[in-house]
Design a protein around this ligand. Structure first.
Ligand SMILES: Nc1nc2c(c(=O)[nH]1)N[C@H]1C(S)=C(S)[C@@H](COP(=O)(O)OP(=O)(O)OC[C@H]3O[C@@H](n4cnc5c(=O)[nH]c(N)nc54)[C@H](O)[C@@H]3O)O[C@H]1N2
Ligand SMILES: Nc1nc2c(c(=O)[nH]1)N[C@H]1C(S)=C(S)[C@@H](COP(=O)(O)OP(=O)(O)OC[C@H]3O[C@@H](n4cnc5c(=O)[nH]c(N)nc54)[C@H](O)[C@@H]3O)O[C@H]1N2
Ligand code: SF4
Ligand SMILES: [Mo]
Length: 723
């Protein structure tokens, strides 16, 4: 029998694609983008187009496993050749793992948890999860109920976007932005720290259409991405200096009287303070930090303010830096002062996720608590996992439960993370699809389903369509979805709260039962029928003069409606002031940068970037995806290479006070002098079984306690020449 199932890609990606899976006799035989999804438009990115290879990979974890060897990397099983696609050699060999039944696994977990709680208290258990799936249920529902009821330490999930979100919310009060479909109406598009070809490819066709209509594309990125290579104007910027650039743009715009005085007067707060603040950020002064010439800064500001509609696609690269929150805040002020929120094809998009307003309390049940716990459990920042595992006391972390994440690859300060994970007294459970870097340190590995094998509800952070993702095939082997694992664990721990019995459909219904007016008329049944449904913006004021068959564009802030305390776009923020920061906005160079306080430690700024064809560390072990991505490279400028006697193809040692890694030099013009770049990979597929995060730091950003992956200083030296 042949059928086509509608699913939604749950990976941590703004596009949240609609997916059609063809199933024949119970086996998935084809995957394609849903042509009916207005943003997916029938195509998938390269990695998910090969998803059958992932689902049916011989390397999947299919059964619960118990470790019978010491924790860590089984060196003999690893191979590495610099610059070659790494052969996936998972440590699932018989001498490392013993297959056990689910009953044995659950019994062992429950009994270890009980004895740890008895001796150290429930906070000695730390859940650890992030973006494996962004499905509303398998991302955050039964797991939160379980850990809340158990009273474990709470996890501050700040590894990705928290600084930018805090910056965005400080101005707008909510995570909303320009919808991708509107980019076709833009005349001036700034891709700001936005690797659209790599990370947000479904925006690209809209930009191409706009360019066919005469729009100009400007890219601001220290790395010459494929997007930058296609741009009309590429502005390489020094890492971590975007806040200064935005301040200088406002200096020019306000100085020239090009701001929208009516919009500013009616819908913003603190314009006079901002006008004062930007006076000291002249293009000439800012040029020395950003590396962008003063006349280019001036030109950018003038064009942005006058070629209309102009739109900014701001992505998260800016905010992976010490001052990332403030930099985001400064950039988000730009559409507010030029009033481009009023225009179809204007405004700014960083995230659209604030629109869905699913009933998160119904999903996560923050009211659940263990009997007798008299305080709110402590919070551990996931960025500081190394520190938590090695230094936390009172109580120490004695058990770690990892799901939806691969911290041994993605966490900063990798060496410290590994030191912690190696602790013999740490009981680690990892629920995974593959034998990752993190399972190398697990006591128990539990097999997880892929999105083909479970049902979920899918929101998005790059568009406004909600989807139900249907289950296409039966779980492989003994795989279980996150929801089901925490359901049975709750039972094993003796929790008889009704919520642990809720069915997946009941949970979806609960998530949709929300006071958000934009969910009006959107039921599970309708989502199942239609696949994807645009949020119901019918209660928004009409867009003046809009005539078209297509739905009326969504202009969230055309008439103000900011969700800040003042109801205005806050160019001055009491909330920011309360954090001890400048209530308007300020710029300080990142500590680890050429102008920062630690500039003398190491000379080169490292961008520890994402790979265009992986998704963070996901996909990096799949041979068919490896062929699309060259890994373990250090890209550098010829001036820096020459000075160090490094030739293209040489093996180089990249190091700082946190660690070192061997990579293959690529001298190709992707970065400016003073900057080097390398991408994330599984540690066990890299030389020495370490990845780029040996160099990154646990330092937190100014707002949101986020990670600072892109503020890192290193030195590079040649090890030996390649043949
Ligand atoms: N193919 C692919 N797609 C992905 C991912 C992936 O790993 N691979 N990851 C997913 C995830 S988790 C996320 S959060 C999103 C993130 O997607 P993006 O928000 O696009 O994030 P990044 O790739 O971190 O950074 C974007 C760009 O910012 C640049 N950049 C770095 N530092 C600076 C700076 O100081 N200033 C400026 N102007 N630019 C800078 C980087 O070189 C990069 O090209 O993508 C998602 N999609
Ligand atoms: N150097 C450097 N480090 C970075 C970044 C960077 O740009 N540079 N980016 C950072 C960012 S933005 C982010 S978001 C983080 C991402 O950090 P993570 O969210 O940990 O990302 P992934 O590496 O994609 O690992 C997700 C894991 O979840 C598993 N998984 C997928 N679906 C499921 C499921 O349904 N159930 C279970 N149990 N597991 C599942 C996958 O197999 C995969 O191994 O990495 C951060 N680390
Ligand atoms: S990873 Fe992103 S672009 Fe690729 S299929 Fe999933 S949602 Fe679409
Ligand atoms: Mo992320």
């Amino acid at each position: 029998m042949k059928q086509v199932v509608h699913a939604a890609c749950p990976h941590d990606c703004p596009d949240a694609c609609g997916v059609l899976i063809t199933v024949e006799d119970g086996r998935a035989t084809k995957i394609q983008g849903d042509p009916g999804h207005p943003v997916t438009r029938g195509f998938l990115c390269g990695k998910v187009a090969k998803y059958l290879d992932r689902v049916y990979s011989p390397d999947r974890v299919l059964y619960p496993m118990r470790r019978i060897a010491p924790k860590g990397v089984a060196e003999k099983q690893r191979r590495f050749a610099p610059g070659q696609p790494g052969a996936a050699v998972p440590t699932q060999a018989a001498q490392v793992w013993q297959r056990i039944s689910w009953d044995e696994a659950l019994d062992e977990i429950a009994s270890r948890f009980r004895s740890i709680i008895a001796e150290f208290g429930s906070e000695a258990i730390l859940p650890y999860s992030y973006g494996g799936t962004l499905g509303a249920l398998n991302g955050a529902s039964m797991d939160r109920r379980f850990f809340g009821r158990l009273g474990t330490s709470q996890l501050e999930r700040a590894i990705c976007s928290a600084a930018g979100e805090a910056g965005l919310i400080s101005v707008l009060g909510v995570k909303l932005g320009t919808e991708p479909e509107q980019f076709v109406h833009s005349r001036y598009i700034i891709a700001w720290a936005s690797n659209i070809h790599g990370n947000n490819v479904h925006l690209w066709p809209f930009i191409e259409e706009a360019r066919r209509n005469g729009a100009k594309l400007v890219v601001i990125d220290p790395y010459r991405t494929r997007t930058a290579a296609c741009a009309d104007w590429y502005l390489p910027i020094n890492p971590g200096t975007d806040g200064a650039l935005a301040l200088a743009m406002m200096h020019v715009i306000i100085g020239e009287g090009l701001h929208d005085a009516d919009y500013v007067a009616e819908f913003t707060l603190g314009f006079e303070e901002l006008r004062e603040k930007v006076k000291s950020y002249s293009p000439e002064r800012v040029a020395q930090w950003t590396g962008i010439a003063a006349e280019d800064i001036r030109k950018l500001a003038l064009e942005y303010a006058t070629v209309r509609p102009s739109v900014i696609r701001l992505n998260y690269g800016v905010q992976r830096s010490d001052g990332g929150g403030m930099a985001t805040r400064a950039i988000v002020m730009l559409p507010c002062i030029i009033g481009s929120w009023k225009e179809v094809g204007g405004g700014l998009q960083m995230s659209t996720s604030g629109s869905f307003g699913l009933n998160k309390d119904a999903l996560t049940r923050p009211d659940l608590k263990p009997e007798g716990l008299d305080h709110v459990p402590r919070t551990v920042n996931m960025v500081e996992l190394g520190k938590a595992l090695n230094t936390l006391n009172d109580p120490p972390v004695k058990a770690l439960f990892v799901y939806n994440s691969n911290p041994a690859a993605v966490c900063p300060n990798h060496n410290e993370v590994v030191r912690g994970l190696k602790r013999a007294d740490l009981f680690t459970v990892v629920h995974e699809q593959f034998f990752t870097d993190t399972t190398d340190y697990a006591d128990i590995v539990l097999p997880a389903t892929t999105f083909f094998e479970h049902k979920d509800l899918q929101a998005a952070y790059g568009h406004y369509y909600l989807q139900v993702s249907d289950q296409a095939i039966e779980p492989l082997g003994e795989c279980r979805a996150n929801v089901e694992v925490f359901r049975v664990l709750a039972e094993r721990m003796g929790f008889n709260d009704e919520c642990f019995n809720e069915s997946v459909d009941e949970m979806i219904d609960g998530a949709l039962a929300s006071s958000n007016p934009w969910l009006k008329g959107i039921s599970r049944e309708r989502l199942e029928r239609e696949g994807q449904v645009r949020l119901n913006f019918s209660c928004q004021p009409p867009v003046a003069g809009y005539q078209s068959e297509t739905p009326e564009p969504f202009l969230p802030f055309a008439h103000g409606n900011f969700r800040t305390p003042s109801g205005k776009a806050e160019l001055y923020s009491e909330a920011i002031k309360a954090q001890g920061l400048d209530p308007v906005v300020e710029f300080t160079p990142p500590a680890e940068s050429r102008h920062g306080v630690e500039k003398k430690t190491f000379p080169l700024e490292l961008l520890a970037r994402k790979a265009d064809n992986f998704l963070n560390s996901t996909f990096s072990n799949l041979p068919s995806v490896q062929t699309m991505e060259e890994t373990n490279l250090l890209e550098m400028h010829s001036a820096d290479a020459r000075r160090r006697g490094i030739a293209n193809g040489d093996t180089v040692r990249v190091y700082n006070h946190r660690g070192e890694i061997l990579l293959k030099a690529r001298v190709d013009g992707a970065v400016q002098p003073g900057v080097v770049s390398a991408t994330l990979n599984w540690a066990k597929l890299a030389p020495g079984f370490r990845n780029i995060n040996v160099l990154t730091s646990e330092k937190l950003s100014d707002l949101g306690n986020s990670a600072t992956f892109y503020s890192v200083l290193v030195e590079v030296e040649s090890v030996k020449s390649s043949s």
